[in-house]
Design a protein around this ligand. Structure first.
Ligand code: SDX
Length: 427
């Protein structure tokens, strides 16, 4: 009999099994708690709740560790590619060269959208936020792929996964083109996954588009840094949507909607807007004071994290990548200096030290994406593009779990007790 957790409540003594994973905290299995005690657990925000078993991504927030299938994010960012990390997340092992070539070939040949989907964009206002378009178009994919929405069929799950990973760059690039009134570009499958995306975004039919290798590499690395991140809000949304048996396109559209929030994936857009609002280093103390002021709703965007109570390892790579992109494009955006000094001041301020608030993945990403030429409204769309790999891998892991059931949390009811209806003439 393994370790157990003992609970004394409501006049009774109860024991619950403790389960251990390969890394990280043990868990108390409270699945039978309501049946045994007549009580629910209570954990709004899920700060102490493990919602599932998963072998995809491990985070140690205290140490600032992030592993994908056991491989440290720093090594993957340094040596791998987004296609290789996508294969790793979906299949569990790094691919051989032949496996990687076949996977890349397969993804490349799913990059085109059904031509009627291009009409779908016409229904949006030109100034629609790209995330509104992403939610709509990705959800609409389920109206075009009836041949692969039987989630009980592993082959259907596989082709839907490939279609989603392959089409996100095309959908995101088309959202951008639509917003600036330029013709939408078709994929050019001679290019890499990321090179194709750059050309569809910044290329025009009227002339050749030259992919800058250093920019392609930097953006590919940014996609790796955003690929997956354990059971974050949008991934949990995808899992919960998937637990009802909804088709994968609808589940990913739900994940996109959740990611859009400024507390989550929308923080990269909010962080760059904040840096521009600060403008110059001499204004930083004013904004740090505001972030510390309980009566001011302002928070330092790109700072803090539910799990990381240390430096987000992705932010470390991101900061290094800023300089590479600046050098490659021969640009030097003064906002980077504001970001560096803001980080320096915050990390030496007792408030941030005591609350263990560090830069997260969103703090520097906007500086790089802006230097490459993306407008701030596109930042979260790029996050969604990359996170689709994680969402799809997490969805597959959940759906193929034989013990999978629909997710259905309970509540602590605080509303009125039962009362009789009162006719309107007597109110
Ligand atoms: C992402 O979950 C993931 O893994 C997400 C993500 C992923 O890859 O999927 O990593 C991507 O979403 C990164 C986070 C991006 N969001 C931001 O940068 C927005 C700014 N950050 C915060 O809103 C906040 O830090 C959160 C939302 C990220 C985390 O919020 P928590 O865990 O609920 O923490 P909290 O709000 O309870 O904050 C704890 C304390 C509070 O003070 P007290 O009430 O204890 O006095 O720290 C303070 C907060 O006021 N605080 C901040 C702050 N973040 C937290 N104060 C100032 N500036 C901040 N950024």
């Amino acid at each position: 009999m393994g370790d157990t957790a003992k609970l004394t409540a409501g006049g009774g003594d109860y024991e619950f099994p403790v389960k251990s994973g390969t890394l990280g905290p043990d868990v108390v299995d409270i699945g039978k708690m309501y049946g045994k005690t007549g009580m629910f657990t209570y954990d709004p925000g899920f700060t102490s709740t493990a919602s599932c078993d998963s072998g995809l991504t491990f985070i140690d927030g205290e140490e600032g560790v992030l592993l994908h299938r056991g491989y440290p994010i720093g090594q993957l960012a340094e040596h791998s590619s987004f296609m290789e990390v996508s294969y790793l997340m979906l299949n569990g092992e790094l691919p051989s060269q032949d496996e990687l070539d076949l996977f890349t070939y397969t993804i490349t040949r799913h990059t085109m959208l059904h031509d009627q989907l291009r009409q779908f964009y016409q229904g949006f206002r030109r100034d629609a936020h790209p995330m509104a378009i992403m939610c709509g178009v990705v959800g609409a994919l389920s109206a075009f792929y009836h041949d692969s929405t039987d989630i009980s069929d592993p082959e259907h799950r596989k082709i839907s996964s490939h279609r989603l990973i392959a089409k996100m760059p095309t959908i995101a690039a088309m959202a951008y083109k639509y917003s600036i009134g330029q013709p939408m570009m078709q994929p050019d499958n001679r290019l890499s996954y990321t090179g194709n995306f750059l050309r569809m975004t910044f290329g025009v039919p009227a002339e050749e588009y030259e992919v800058v290798p250093a920019v392609e590499k930097a953006l590919d690395r940014i996609f790796i840094l955003h690929a997956d991140h354990e059971q974050n809000a949008s991934t949990s949304t995808v899992r919960l949507a998937g637990s009802s048996g909804a088709n994968p396109f609808a589940c990913i559209a739900a994940g996109i909607a959740c990611l859009w929030g400024p507390a989550h994936g929308g923080a990269n857009e909010a962080a760059l807007n904040m840096l521009h609002e600060i403008g110059t280093p001499d204004k930083i103390p004013e904004y740090i004071a505001r972030a510390k002021n309980k009566d001011d709703p302002f928070r330092l965007m790109g700072f803090g994290h539910r799990v990381y109570k240390n430096y987000d390892p992705r932010a470390t790579v991101m900061q290094k990548t800023v300089r590479e992109v600046f050098d490659a494009l021969k640009v030097n955006d003064p906002v980077f200096e504001v970001a560096l000094q803001l980080e320096e001041m915050a990390l030496n301020d007792d408030y941030f030290i005591e609350k263990k608030l560090f830069p997260n993945v969103d703090f520097y990403s906007g500086v790089i994406l802006s230097a490459i030429g993306f407008p701030t409204e596109m930042f979260t769309a790029l996050f969604a593009l990359a996170r689709t790999v994680g969402w799809v891998a997490q969805w597959n892991e959940m759906i193929s779990d034989p013990g999978q059931r629909i997710g259905r949390p309970r509540q602590l009811y605080t509303g009125p007790t039962e009362r009789d209806y009162v006719p309107i003439t007597q109110r």
